[in-house]
Design a protein around this ligand. Structure first.
Ligand SMILES: Nc1nc2c(ncn2[C@@H]2O[C@H](COP(=O)(O)OP(=O)(O)OP(=O)(O)O)[C@@H](O)[C@H]2O)c(=O)[nH]1
Ligand SMILES: [Mg+2]
Length: 449
């Protein structure tokens, strides 16, 4: 997520060679400044960060380790603004969330992502409210998202007033004992009085616990300015940056809390439902400094992976009984975890490797589609007993015909499966495999795109 900035920190730290070396401290600070500005970090934020790092390094004594600690400290301060972090539930449910932002910034998509996140990872009952009556297809868009991802939605086809819909939605949520209500609202091209008044009115009617300002990170510094304007009118409680997977250089994420004085709460990292990352300064700084983010990784995996199922699977793996059904189930589970690239970036030391393997798209990868087609052409018995396929060329020929693949492809996938099963047998039962093993595993993950 922040690979470039993270790399640039390393190079700044490496500029310091000796202890008490004034000249090298200046060099390191200059390198840091150059890289932060290049990454589009706001100049005021950059200035303050550099000041903090310099003062703190001198206080501790010039040296590489102290520069590192000073930078880590300064980053935490810069990224922290008064307010909540992660998702905070109201003492009395439902927690009411209002989304706001410019047109196309990602409000509707993020409404669904947030609902999915709270449902999947926090096991909450979440209702989305379609209160964008401005754009014709807006309600339909949220309905589709609800349907595809099994999420609950409240809408009113005959409604004329968005505030009315929001109110009814919240009422409905209270009646049905929802934990969270997320209200999707209309976008605006620029700060527009009429729509802004609608939001202000909605705020006073539904009394939300959180008002999130959703900003497209690709708009760079504009995102900061508009967030400030929205904050003046609405007193927002947090910012969500979307499209971080695009060409965003990362600087907005580092500057926005410092500039707007409101915490950055979530980051959207892709178009898919699971592509939402919680922004917690300590954890992000850990990632930025190249130490990974084991906490987030464990949080994600434990919520998605069913303890009982995991135990059953481990047993099977140990006995070498991993079959094609398990393989499919694993693929489905991994999809819930979101982008593979992000997942890997949470593991310490994986940064460098990311560049080599790139991202693996579990839904759209041609390879995964082939594997699925192949599994779908197997009989029940074959899925449960992969050795049958390994041992019989005629079975492989039949499967290839059924799946529309060549026999070579089926042979290759079959080999890969055998290797994966072997590898998995080695890992079975270990909580976190060691780094050497992980690296070896990642190198085996050579999915053709
Ligand atoms: N790549 C990427 N695309 C995103 C992300 N978030 C949203 N999008 C895309 O951005 C486009 C606009 O998203 P919407 O959620 O419709 O934006 P909106 O703010 O609701 O737009 P209006 O309702 O018109 O104001 C869609 O094509 C989304 O798929 C993200 O994190 N990454
Ligand atoms: Mg929308």
């Amino acid at each position: 997520m922040f690979n470039k900035i993270s790399e640039s920190f390393k190079s700044a730290i490496n500029k310091i060679r000796l202890k008490d070396d004034e000249k090298s401290l200046k060099k390191a600070l200059n390198e840091l400044k150059k890289n932060l500005l290049k990454a589009d970090v706001h100049f005021k934020t950059t200035k303050e960060l550099l000041h903090k790092v310099e003062v703190e390094t001198r206080k501790r004594g010039i040296g590489r380790a102290n520069f590192f600690l000073a930078l880590e400290e300064a980053l935490k301060e810069i990224l922290t603004a008064p307010g909540n972090y992660g998702f905070v539930f109201a003492p009395k449910p439902p927690t009411i969330v209002m989304m706001s932002g410019l047109q196309g910034s990602g409000k509707t998509t993020t409404t669904a992502k947030l609902a999915y996140y709270l449902k999947t990872f926090k096991k909450k009952k979440v209702l989305m409210v379609a209160a964008d009556l401005q754009r014709l297809a807006a309600v339909e868009q949220l309905k589709q998202l609800a349907q595809h991802n099994n999420l609950d939605i409240f809408y009113d086809e005959n409604a004329k007033d968005a505030v009315e819909v929001a109110k009814k939605g919240v009422e409905f949520a209270k009646e049905k004992f929802y934990d969270v209500v997320i209200i999707d609202t209309a976008g605006r091209l620029a700060i527009d009085e009429e729509l802004m008044d609608e939001l202000v009115r909605m705020k006073s009617e539904v009394n939300p616990n959180e008002i999130f300002y959703v900003a497209d990170s690709l708009t760079g510094k504009d995102a900061i300015n508009t967030a400030k304007s929205f904050d003046e009118k609405l007193d927002i409680t947090g910012v969500i940056l979307t499209k971080f997977d695009g060409d965003s250089k990362g600087g907005v994420a580092l500057s926005i809390a410092h500039q707007v004085k409101k915490p950055l709460r979530f980051i959207g990292t892709g178009e898919k439902i699971a592509d939402l990352e919680v922004f917690i300064p300590d954890r992000i700084v850990s990632r930025l400094m190249g130490a990974g983010d084991i906490e987030s990784l464990v949080e994600k995996t434990t919520a998605v992976i069913d303890e009982k199922e995991a135990k059953k699977l481990t047993k099977k793996l140990k006995k070498g009984q991993f079959n094609y059904n398990d393989f499919l189930a694993q693929l489905e589970q991994m999809k819930k975890l979101g982008s593979m690239k992000n997942l890997l970036s949470m593991i310490p030391g994986m940064g460098g490797l990311l560049k080599q393997i790139g991202d693996i798209d579990l839904e759209n990868s041609a390879e995964i589609k082939k594997i699925k087609a192949m599994i779908n052409s197997m009989t029940k018995k074959e899925r449960e007993n992969p050795h049958l396929i390994k041992e019989s060329a005629s079975r492989r020929r039949r499967i290839a015909r059924g799946a529309g693949l060549s026999v070579q492809e089926v042979n290759r996938i079959n080999k890969q499966f055998q290797n994966a099963a072997k590898m998995a047998k080695k890992f079975a039962g270990k909580k976190i495999p060691d780094l050497k093993e992980l690296t070896a595993m990642a190198q085996h993950l050579k999915f053709p795109k």
